[in-house]
Design a protein around this ligand. Structure first.
Ligand code: MGD
Ligand code: MGD
Ligand code: 4MO
Length: 859
């Protein structure tokens, strides 16, 4: 009645209602389901019936979106660096230093279009690189794997190839013991909510904090189910250097461990299992290969070192009796292993110097305990709810409107259900994302593939430059997150200023991070200011059935709730206007507006069987009915444990990857769980950092790096930010800044938080909530100290992924630090194992001291 209109949207942290009055967003709330929406499922376990909340749940970063839309860091007009003249002096050395002036859209777009043409004419194919981030605002049309790839393919670009940042140790390590390449080496999860609640006696959380990371994109959907487990008396163990929020909420036993030493603890647990006969001998005999060699390693028959609980104590800091007690409890109870926040994969431990060793151990442990038998599986109730998995709606990595068949999963369903113009990038040259600065500054770089279609693609290196192509001379940077999210990120300053880079354009929503290093800035709008369509948490193509984390599958039309602020435009519109200048506009749009594309996507899905377009547009969302109780999806790996053909709804291994008969056995060469990996033997048998038989090799950056450890005796871990979604949600005047666990406001500046142990603080005269300078040979960063017993002695914990980069003079005559809290200034860009592109930025060595802002430092 007061003129407020309710719209719907979808975000990285859940779907929402958006209330708009007089053209302004006034409120956002979770979607509360009503009687017109499909009924929810229920699960019977141990005499109780559990049914989920009838609403969507929201992550903190989703709740902060209104403040981000109206942030005063929004880029509202096209801008040009004041000392950049495309026809004269370009002054690349001043990128990040000189200021900006407002220009018209015509001037901005004409400059970008003419630079694209000039690159092709003067340098040839390959001269333009498009560095993209790993995430985006939600929505299948606007997603970077959709509109941006379509644009990129139409201009031709050198791909900055991502490393599997979320998966690392699983992709480069775990996969080689069981296959699962299309999940990049993480286990699958079907049916595990019901199985865990009905059968499991214990859950071991290992590098796993789902209450902070919400699995991925899933709001607080898993929280309620974990509370059911508590209600049922299922026991919990948490192995983490940090007494993390999941451990705080659920309780149980916290085992504090030194970062990047987990493989030693895991190995010693397996030693106890062998020594005391606490493993599933029949399963090992029937379902695995190579166990004798593994047993000999555990017992020390091959190297003279029995891997006992006493042996691991010096490495991990976990007392031998605690290790032994855990081994006995695990070996005698039906245990779910929650490895990483997904439960079935990830975890900061997989992004450390020993990440592969740890993830490999996780698979070997489950192989010894009878993986797939009732109550024995991967999971933490985050994944595997009884939903309808037959209904088709595309996930964002199915490529949306890209027409790109090689680097998205478009070819599987999307392209055939929604025929659209195919696009192809004729530039085959690629640069590994972690090595972009070296490619620019040193002129060459080498990396290894991330390609989930096989276990073998990762062994062959690729190099930049590629014969025949131009080196890169123009960066079309999308977003601004490199400083916060890529190891040793000060490398980017140098590369942005390199004279070989003649032109940098940045297309961003906010003035932060990389955006400050551009020559021309194109202001994009938020997803509230344009149309899109999507399903909650569906990133199929990356993670098949990622929506299995939800209590209800919900598809939304993302209404254009407000007009774009200032002169900002949707990314789609920006590409269209550039491509018009190259004669490619119609080829890009196929004559469609963004809303037209939403309709095309709608028509390509199973939605029209249930709801008409007009009704969907009006209502804004549709809830899918759950799976009927009688025909629920089978439990992952149950088929394998019982020696039956595979019976879960994931389309892999690929038909050719079964070694015996379609549907039988695993993707490994033997078709079984392999204690000695045959793919590693074939792929890199001579690589000392990747032995086919897993073994504990101490971290190259840790207590074993003697000289470094004397100089920098503190181990810092950088976990995923609980409140923001990487850089998305941090800085930019977001309300998250006002959460003391995220940033702390002191004398006009919002400092990033570092958790430190009380003894370490006292030794250095550091007080609670005092600014500190944390440093090593790579750089120096200002944080504020959170003095807390939640981290052990010698350990420090911060979040990775702050949004900004703010280098200022902080100490001595020319000491510079990043004042905004980029933990990644301090982390190592070395691959976790030679011969891989796995990043190891999760832990590094540092020292710290109290810090007082020098007089005259502006806030
Ligand atoms: P994001 O913040 O997701 O981080 O690293 P990134 O992918 O680099 O970056 C998204 C960027 O895209 C932001 O700049 C955002 O503003 C921009 N953007 C989003 N939507 C839009 C849009 O609609 N239009 C435009 N124009 N721009 C948009 C994530 C990466 O970080 C990941 S996934 C992992 S797993 C790693 N984790 C990790 C760690 O554990 N420790 C350490 N030390 N480092 C890590 N880095 C990695
Ligand atoms: P992390 O925070 O890196 O998250 O999900 P995860 O990889 O599971 O690690 C989880 C836990 O591992 C932390 O509690 C940390 O203390 C612990 N840990 C760190 N190092 C070690 C170690 O050496 N040993 C042991 N035992 N534990 C260790 C990441 C996932 O989260 C990803 S990949 C993305 S892209 C999303 N990012 C994200 C976000 O940025 N913000 C929010 N709010 N949610 C997110 N969800 C997703
Ligand atoms: Mo990730």
């Amino acid at each position: 009645p007061d003129g407020t209109v309710r719209y719907t949207t979808n975000t990285n942290g859940g779907p929402m209602f958006v209330y708009v009055k007089d053209g302004r967003i006034v409120r956002m709330t979770p979607i509360v389901l009503d009687e017109t929406d499909a009924p929810s499922w229920s699960i019977q376990a141990r005499g109780k019936t559990f049914t989920p909340w009838r609403k969507s749940t929201l992550s903190p970063h989703a709740s902060a979106l209104k403040s981000m839309v109206y942030s005063d860091k929004r880029l509202l007009y096209p801008m040009k660096r004041v000392d950049f003249d495309p026809d004269g002096e370009r002054n690349p050395q001043n990128r990040g230093i000189s200021g900006y002036e407002r220009i018209s859209w015509d001037e901005a777009l004409d400059t970008v279009a003419s630079e694209i043409k000039r690159m092709k004419k003067e340098h040839g194919p390959g001269a333009i690189a498009i560095p993209m981030p790993s995430h985006h605002q939600w929505g299948n049309i606007g997603y970077y794997l959709s509109a941006l790839l379509r644009f990129g393919n139409l201009i031709g670009f050198t791909r900055v190839h991502p490393n599997p940042d979320s998966w690392e140790g699983w992709y480069w390590g775990a996969m080689h013991h069981f296959g699962g390449s299309l999940r990049l080496g993480v286990p699958s999860f079907y049916g595990t909510v019901e199985d865990c609640l009905q059968e499991a006696q214990q859950i071991v959380f290992w590098s796993s904090d789902p209450e902070s990371t919400n699995g991925l994109y899933a709001g607080f959907e898993g929280t309620q189910r974990r509370l059911w487990a508590k209600e049922l008396g299922i026991e919990f163990v948490h192995i983490d250097p940090h007494l993390n929020p999941t451990a705080q909420l659920l309780g149980g036993k916290w085992i504090s461990i030194r970062p990047a030493t987990d493989a030693a603890l895991a190995t010693a647990i397996m030693h106890v299992w062998v020594a005391e006969g606490l493993y599933d001998k029949q399963y090992v005999a029937d379902r695995s290969t190579g166990f004798d060699e593994w047993r000999d390693y555990l017992l020390g028959s091959t190297d003279g070192v029995p891997k006992t609980p006493e042996w691991q104590e010096g490495e991990t800091g976990v007392p031998a009796h605690v290790c032994r007690a855990l081994a006995r409890s695990w070996g005698s109870k039906k245990t779910y292993l929650s490895a990483g926040g997904l439960g079935a994969g990830w975890g900061g431990a997989c992004r450390s110097a020993t990440g592969s060793q740890w993830a490999r151990c996780m698979i070997l442990m489950m192989a010894m305990q009878g993986w797939g038998k009732p109550g024995i599986n991967f999971g933490n109730l985050q994944f595997g709810a009884p939903l309808d998995y037959e209904f088709y709606f595309p996930g964002y990595a199915e490529g949306g409107i890209s027409g790109e068949l090689a680097f998205t999963a478009s070819g599987i369903n999307n392209y055939q259900r929604m025929p659209h113009l195919i696009t192809m990038n004729p530039v085959k040259q690629m640069i590994p994302r972690q090595r972009l600065p070296e490619a620019i500054v040193e002129g060459h770089s080498k990396g290894f593939m991330w390609d989930g279609s096989s276990m073998e693609a990762q062994f062959a290196p690729f190099e930049y430059p590629m014969p025949g192509y131009s080196k890169i001379h123009m960066l079309y940077r999308y977003g601004g997150s490199s400083f916060g999210t890529i190891a040793k990120s000060t490398r980017f300053e140098q590369s942005y200023r390199h004279p070989s880079i003649e032109f940098v354009v940045n297309q961003s929503i906010w003035f932060e991070g990389d955006a400050k290093y551009a020559d021309i800035i194109l202001p994009a709008c938020t997803s509230f200011e344009r149309w899109d369509i999507s399903e909650w948490a569906n990133c199929a193509g990356y993670i098949h059935h990622n929506n299995a984390q939800l209590n209800h599958r919900i598809v939304t039309l993302q209404h254009k709730a407000i007009e774009p602020l200032g002169e900002s435009k949707s990314d789609y519109q920006i590409y269209l206007e550039i491509l018009h200048r190259l004669g490619l506009g119609a080829m890009f749009s196929e004559g469609c507006s963004e809303l037209d594309w939403c309709k095309r996507v709608f028509d390509s899905t199973d939605l029209p069987k249930y709801i008409g377009w007009k009704e969907f547009v009006k209502k804004g969302y549709y809830v899918l009915p759950a799976e009927p109780e009688k025909t629920r999806t089978a439990v992952s790996m149950r088929w394998y444990a019982e020696g039956r053909p595979k019976d879960i709804p994931e389309p892999h291994p690929l038909p050719s990857q079964f070694t015996e008969e379609f549907g039988k056995g695993l993707e490994t060469q033997s078709g079984k769980l392999e204690f000695v990996s045959s793919s590693l033997l074939r792929g890199q048998a001579d690589n000392p950092e990747r032995p086919a038989l897993n073994r504990y090799i101490p971290a190259w950056e840790g207590p074993h790096a003697k000289e470094l450890f004397e100089k920098y005796p503190l181990q810092m871990i950088s976990t995923h930010p609980r409140y923001s979604f990487h850089t998305y949600g941090d800085g930019k005047d977001s309300v998250l800044n006002d959460i003391d666990d995220h940033r702390i406001f002191i004398d006009g500046y919002y400092y990033w938080v570092m958790k430190i142990n009380p003894e370490d603080a006292a030794k250095r005269g550091i007080r609670h909530h005092q600014p500190i300078r944390v440093f090593n040979d790579r750089g120096s960063v200002i944080f504020v100290a959170d003095v807390s017993p939640l981290v052990g002695r010698g350990l420090m914990k911060t979040f990775e992924s702050n949004a900004d980069f703010d280098p200022v003079h902080t100490h001595g005559t020319d000491g510079v630090s990043d004042r905004s809290g980029c933990a990644n200034v301090l982390t190592s860009p070395r691959p976790q194992q030679q011969g891989t592109e796995g990043m190891a930025a999760n832990s590094c060595l540092v020292e710290m001291q109290p810090w007082t802002p020098p007089a005259g430092l502006k806030s």
